[in-house]
Structures are given as C-alpha cells and as structure tokens.
Design a protein around this ligand. Structure first.
Ligand SMILES: [Zn+2]
Length: 429
C-alpha cells in the first residue's frame, strides 16, 4: 500500500510557491514527481507546459465500465507563499510531528493530490474512467493551469459528467440543540461568482489648495464608501437553502427562511459555512491615486472584490453602477460566473455514502463556497463540479485558519481517513 502521508510529505517538499502574475516556481519538479508515481502504476501521464516550467499533469485511469461518462478528479500543485520567519517548522519541510504533517500545501491541496496518487499507486480499479488533472496556477488566476488546459486541451475533458476537487468533505464538529456534537460534512455544490473590478475616477487636475468640485480622489473615495457600505439583500440559492434546512434539521435548530440572519445566529459555529453566501459582497481592496500632497490628480483608481451568487450577477452589477456616481467607471479585472451543481444528484449521494462508510455519524450537507476554485474553468464545459476533498479533522482543529495560514498542517489520521473515503467513492461511483 502506498503511504499517503509519505506521498503528501514528498509533495510538500517541492516548493511550488505561486506569487502571482506569472511569478511561480517548482511546479515542473512537482509535476515530474506526480507523473513518476502515475507511470509507476502503469498509467501514462502527459506533462503539458503552458509556459516554461508552468507544468500540468493529465492522465486517464481506465474504468471497468467504459460506457459510463468519466469523472474528472482535479487538484492544484501550486501553493501560496509562506514566510519561514512566521512558522514553527520550515514551511517546505513536510515534517511529521505530533500526529500532524506540517507544511505549506498540506491542506491546500497537496493532501488531496497525495490521496489520489496513493490510490492509483495501490492499483485502484474505478468503475468509470477517471480523468486526472494536477494543475498549475490555481493560487493565482489559473491562466497557466486549469483555464489554459480548458482553452488548449479541451478534448481531454470530453464527456466528463462531474468533477471533484478542493473545499469540501471535511469534518465540522458542531453542537446540536440537545447538547450532542454532530459531525457535519459540507460538500461544495456551488461557488459564488467572481467580478474583480477596477474603478477609474476622472476629474479636473489642479492645485491642492484650491476649491475643486471635480476631484478624482474624492469621487473615487465616495464610490468606494458607497460600495463598501451597501447592504446586499439576502438571496437564497438552492445550495444555501439546502444547507440551512438540512443543517438545522440535524442540529435540532429552528430554520426560518424568511429570517435568514436570525437563523444564522441560531446555527452557532455552523453559520460560518453559510454567512458569506446568503448575499453578494463588494469589498474594496486596492487603491492608487495621486503623486504629491499639494496636487489634485486627474485620475484615481481602485479595485473592488465583488462576489455574486448564482442567478444574481446582473442585479449586482447594475446596483454597483448606481453606486459609482459621476465620473467613475468600472471594468473587469477578472470575471467568472458562479458555479452551481445539483445537490440532489447521484454524485452527491455517492459522496455522502462514501463519507458515511467511514464515519457512520456523518451528516453530509451541500454548501456554497464563498470564494472560487478551478471549478470555474471546468464548469462551463457542462461538468457538474463538486468540492469534495475528504478529510477527517479532530474537534477544535482550526481548519479554516490552515489554508493560506501560518503553520498549515494536516492530521495524519485525517489524511488516511480521506484516502479511504476517496477510495470508496472512486471505486464505486
Ligand atoms: Zn486550493
């Protein structure tokens, strides 16, 4: 049996830091390692570079029933930067200590990549063909990874009916009304859309000491303030509604869909899985204006991180336009529509069954991710994308602080659990 912990540790030791805007390293070496494991298992991988050293690995694991549409299993090999000065262990050591495997990427998402590799190395015989994609550049815009693969090698994904990848299938210990602790496992069935906007305010340049009613900085700040302060209305999408109803039922907590904020307040810690996805959001994040304190510039710019829910995008952008005010225009820096897959599907049932096979107490619920993943690249191909990278987590483990955080680590027991759950799913679905 291939050791999933050892494989994950090997992957963590490749420093695949992605600093964004094309500044990345190590993906080539990690891809070669992945390809080596696959070749060793008799699978023929392809390494495809979108740019020098921006390597992606594609492979196909044949199923026992070739008439079934394939399942895409995809994960990214790049990671966000880690400053060693902040960490208790060197972030690329892949050290195993105190029951945890430590290092950047250990939960996001070399853990899942290691589970897939170790199952294949063990000689996994899936029922349907699996299309495997280990991609570059997810931690930036995916333009050298998933989005490039879809644009340039679309044929590889032909016929895939569904996909699984990061952000779902992990244990959330939540208190029920009667004092029990429930093992909640959220599976991602939707993702908010991304509309990253650049605002440009224009006005009349002039001396900072003089009156100016067309000051570009003032116009920009006004627009940003209105956008940041706007209270977006609650819009319940199928994934979020199903999450609230099923979670409330499992916890014995009253769910009132006409009072979503009140319901979230009653849900306790479980609310964190829905509080960012009951409405759109618009958050100013970058600002750039002026060059001298006594000069009013003619132009001021900012960027705003806007997230939309399935079915709400047009309304949100129309509202943003009314908030901009005179002299301020917007354009997209990045624009990716929301992702939505059915929560009541044989795929969901199979994933829930695989989790319950290993944790009989599991309550498996759909949820909507607040941010985005490479599902945004694959979903336009008609593939139902699910966030399912199973992991057992002990009570109190600060999972949400792990991805992109300091001292990222994964419980060894959790990795082994995840491999077993994934093995159930891939061999039976
Ligand atoms: Zn990730």
């Amino acid at each position: 049996m291939a050791d999933v912990v050892e494989l994950c540790s090997r992957l963590v030791r490749f420093d695949t830091t992605n600093r964004g805007l094309g500044d990345a390293e190590g993906e080539r070496e990690a891809a070669e390692f992945v390809a080596g494991v696959l070749s060793g298992a008799g699978i023929e991988p392809k390494i495809l570079e979108s740019a020098p050293r921006r390597a992606n690995v594609l492979a196909r694991v044949p199923g026992t029933d070739p008439t079934l549409p394939p399942l895409l299993v995809q994960g990214h090999l790049d990671v966000v930067p880690a400053d060693p000065a902040d960490w208790s262990v060197p972030p690329f050591s892949g050290e195993v200590r105190d029951g945890y495997l430590w290092g950047r990427g250990s939960v996001d998402m070399k853990d899942f990549c290691a589970m897939v590799l170790s199952l294949v190395a063990d000689g996994l015989r899936p029922r349907r063909d699996l299309v495997l994609a280990f991609v570059a550049d997810e931690e930036d815009r995916g333009e050298w990874g998933a989005h490039w693969l879809v644009a340039e090698h679309r044929e590889f994904f032909d016929g895939c009916a569904a996909a699984i990848s990061e952000s779902g299938g992990y244990t959330y210990h939540v208190p029920a009304a009667d004092g029990r602790t429930v093992h909640l496992y959220p599976i991602g069935t939707a993702e908010r859309g991304t509309a990253h906007l650049r605002l440009t305010a224009r006005g009349r340049a002039g001396h900072g000491s003089r009156r100016n009613d067309e000051n570009a900085v003032v116009r920009l700040v006004g627009a940003l303030h209105r956008i940041a302060a706007h209270r977006w209305p609650v819009r319940l999408t199928p994934a979020v509604e199903a999450f609230l109803v099923r979670t409330g039922e499992a916890l014995g907590i009253e769910v009132d869909l006409s009072d979503v904020d009140g319901t979230l307040a009653r849900l306790g810690p479980a609310a964190s899985l829905a509080e960012n996805t009951v409405r759109a959001s618009s958050t100013p994040t970058m600002i750039d204006a002026g060059y001298k304190v006594n000069v009013i510039p003619s132009v001021a710019r900012a960027q705003v991180d806007v997230r939309t829910l399935p079915g709400t995008e047009e309304d949100v952008l129309a509202t943003i336009d009314t908030l901009l005010g005179p002299g301020v225009e917007r354009e997209f820096v990045s624009h990716m529509p929301p992702v939505q897959a059915p929560a009541d599907s044989p795929w969901f049932t199979a994933m829930a069954g695989a989790i319950r096979a290993e944790d009989p107490e599991a309550v498996v619920v759909p949820y909507c991710m607040g941010g985005g993943t490479d599902a945004k690249a694959f979903s336009p191909l008609g593939i139902d994308c699910y966030g399912f990278a199973p992991l057992w987590l002990p009570a109190g483990f600060p999972y949400r602080a792990m991805a992109h955080g300091v001292d990222e680590r994964v419980p060894v027991e959790g990795l082994e659990f995840g491999k077993r759950v994934l093995g159930h799913l891939l061999s039976t679905c």
